[in-house]
Design a protein around this ligand. Structure first.
Ligand code: PMP
Length: 443
């Protein structure tokens, strides 16, 4: 009442202001005395604001600590077991080259045209058809062509996430997504992953408490663990998101690459109310250099993402969109995926056999039923960041597990990708890694 008089504002406004402060933990209530504003807590927030808006001393590693691992370019004398990419020998490069040639001969004006912001209609039609194999009910109108699913993630983050907004991520997860949400100043809350994907039971309590805006998941052949989320957990996750009006971002780069049995349909296939933004990149199956990804969403969520895409780049390059079109619309894509599954299953088996034969018994791994990676756990006292130094001395690279943890890092895991190197190099790389494991454990 006193404050209301002193400031000349209504009592209702004062009560509202107290409630707001209370919500943000800026108040302390003492029984019998009343509610007080925490001066110190307010002060820390204010001093933070006084920091210079830009610190010129910071390097990219300070902002994006995981960027250092994104070495996607080829170094000739290294056996890169760090890259979640496909061996160029398994991709239809020659066919695509011919198609690009033909297309430019027939229609050179393509170089002087913009694409529609949403993406070339013919490609959206083709992708809408393609997504039917995953039981995703979509039309070309609900699809946005992005520059890889990386851009899809970035558009989601810049549209829906601001400083302090809560984002739920799996732990461990894809390093590139951690950097994106961190870059937006999000408060990241993690949920562990086991062999059946994100532990959704834990998520329920966290969501009740923190009301996240975004729940980011890779339910199929999770990066880095290779885990597949069960159908039951998928349904539960969707129900949780619905109950708290949160958006699920379902990142699905490689569900086509399964080895033993087909994985469950994406969460998006059950999404009747528009709670899921679905991302499917074509880098892992077709041509990373074309940077083509597809985003499927609906309603106002979709419209806002479309606006963000327009702001970002006015639309993806028409040239690369048109380049992939003939391959996707022909039977070639289906045949190619069959071949890819067979070739990568062989490499997965080869890698697992070598680990069984040569790795010390102290280490363990999950056998992936699809995707490109094997997640390896060493004894807890081994720091895989240090192991990487030794591996590089032996011309082998891998992804240290610490890069995949958004919050508390576990340093004793690592990710080996079996898909990028030729069979011969893969064998040599895994043998070298086993020697390094043995030397480390016996030292
Ligand atoms: N999501 C996941 C899980 C990934 O592993 C990757 C690339 N490694 C991406 C997104 C980005 O892929 P792209 O932009 O090439 O589609």
């Amino acid at each position: 009442r006193e404050l209301s008089k002193e400031l000349g504002v209504s009592l209702v406004t004062v009560v509202k202001a107290y409630k707001e402060l209370e919500k943000n933990n800026f108040t302390t209530s003492i029984q019998g005395k009343g509610t007080f504003i925490n001066i110190e807590e307010t002060a820390t927030k204010e001093t933070k604001k006084e920091e210079p808006p830009f610190n010129w001393q910071l390097s990219i590693q300070d902002y994006l600590p995981r960027a250092q691992f994104s070495r996607f370019h080829y170094v000739s004398d290294e056996i890169q077991l760090s890259s979640s990419m496909i061996d160029p020998g398994l991709l239809p490069n020659r066919y695509l080259e011919q198609e690009i040639h033909k297309m430019l001969l027939e229609n050179p004006r393509i170089l002087s045209q913009y694409s529609e912001v949403q993406g070339d209609l013919k490609l959206r039609e083709a992708m809408s058809q393609y997504l039917k194999q995953f039981e995703i009910p979509t039309t070309p109108d609900n699809l946005l062509i992005t520059n890889g699913s990386q851009q899809g993630l970035d558009l989601v983050a810049r549209t829906f996430v601001g400083p302090g907004d809560v984002v739920v991520m799996e732990s461990p997860t894809y390093p590139g997504a951690i950097d994106i949400f961190r870059g937006r100043g999000a408060t990241i809350i993690t949920v562990p992953v086991d062999g059946d994907g994100m532990k959704v039971d834990i998520l329920q309590n966290l969501c009740d408490k923190y009301k996240p805006k975004i729940i980011y998941t890779i339910p199929t052949f999770q990066n880095p663990t290779g885990a597949v989320m069960t159908q039951k957990r998928r349904r539960k996750l969707l129900n949780i998101a619905k109950s708290i009006q949160s958006i699920i971002v379902e990142d699905d780069p490689w569900s086509e690459i399964y080895f033993d049995k087909k994985p469950p349909a994406p969460i998006k296939s059950m999404d009747y109310y528009g709670h899921v933004i679905y991302l499917k990149g074509l880098s892992k199956t077709l041509a990373p250099s074309c940077r083509i990804g597809i985003l499927s969403a609906s309603g106002s969520v979709f419209n806002r993402l479309l606006a963000a895409k327009s702001n970002a780049d006015l639309g993806s390059p028409l040239l690369t969109q048109k380049s992939l079109l003939p391959f996707i619309t022909s039977n070639k894509m289906i045949d190619h995926l069959k071949k890819l599954r067979t070739a990568l299953k062989l490499r997965r088996d080869m890698a697992i056999d070598l680990l069984l034969k040569y790795a010390p018994e102290e280490i363990s791994w999950m056998i992936p039923n699809g995707g490109l990676n094997i997640w390896i756990s060493l004894p807890v006292w081994i720091d895989t960041n240090q192991l990487l130094i030794e591996a590089r001395r032996n011309h082998v690279t891998f992804l240290p597990g610490s890069a995949c943890y958004p919050v508390e890092q576990e340093k004793y895991h690592l990710r080996l990708s079996f898909s990028y190197m030729s069979e011969q190099q893969l064998q040599l790389g895994i043998r070298t890694m086993c020697n390094i494991f043995n030397a480390e454990i016996t030292s």
